[in-house]
Design a protein around this ligand. Sequence first.
Ligand SMILES: [Zn+2]
Ligand SMILES: [Zn+2]
Length: 273
Amino acid sequence: MASVRITFLGTGAGACIHRAHTAIVLDCPDGTRLLLDASSGNSLLRNGAEAGMQAKDFHHVLISHNHADHIAGLNHLELVRGRAAPDAPALALHGTEESLEGVKRLCQATDRSLKIDQDGATNRFGRQAFQWLPADEGQRVELGATTHAVSAPVDHIGGAVCWRIESDGVAVVFSGDTRFSPNLVEAARGARLLIHEALTTESDRDLTYEVGHSTAADAGRAAALAGVEELVLTHISTLYHFDPQPLLDEAREHFQGPITVASDLYQLSVGTP
Ligand SMILES: [Zn+2]
Ligand SMILES: [Zn+2]
């Protein structure tokens, strides 16, 4: 049975103070390891170490959008990765042109020694640190022998996408940050697992929509409409850190399959029957 192992290294929303910012690892049946977003600061590395993952183990990053809570850990990841594996190829950053522009601005602001050109960023030792791999929405991105990914635009900020990753017949979809998105529903059609953000419940719906996010009800509706088998909620507000039950209850009103609220270091495996 082929299965994808998923490890949540960060499950908090931007303003959450109890959880690391978004970073999710997919270990695919063909040995490909993918990082979905890169958290902020050194959270990815700290939680990665807890999960037995080192910086040198990461080669591909799929970026959902360029808000700091999703990309600001890239420089720290590259710093440690470059020391641990100086001969490793550049970290491959996959995202929309707009998302990658945000990463370039981040690089310029945080490490003036990085030289940025159209292909990537080179560090002070002359080593290519990052490789820009712009992916148009809908473009198939080959990542491993039997692993590929496709993005679709979602409703958050310019350039924001969800990602559908398929490996050996197992499909996992990550919403990134978004309001309820028909494009996400299409992208998630028939997936084994949908990882969907859920900032709040319907009681805070107006504010949630104002800042470009989903309620747990939206995540449940998306899962039901897409016909996925399982739903994991992430990008959790401080309000629901200690008691995520209201998120679960609300999503369950719409989706009948298994639902979990992820926490940092939560792991699950999903596979073909
Ligand atoms: Zn976010
Ligand atoms: Zn965002």
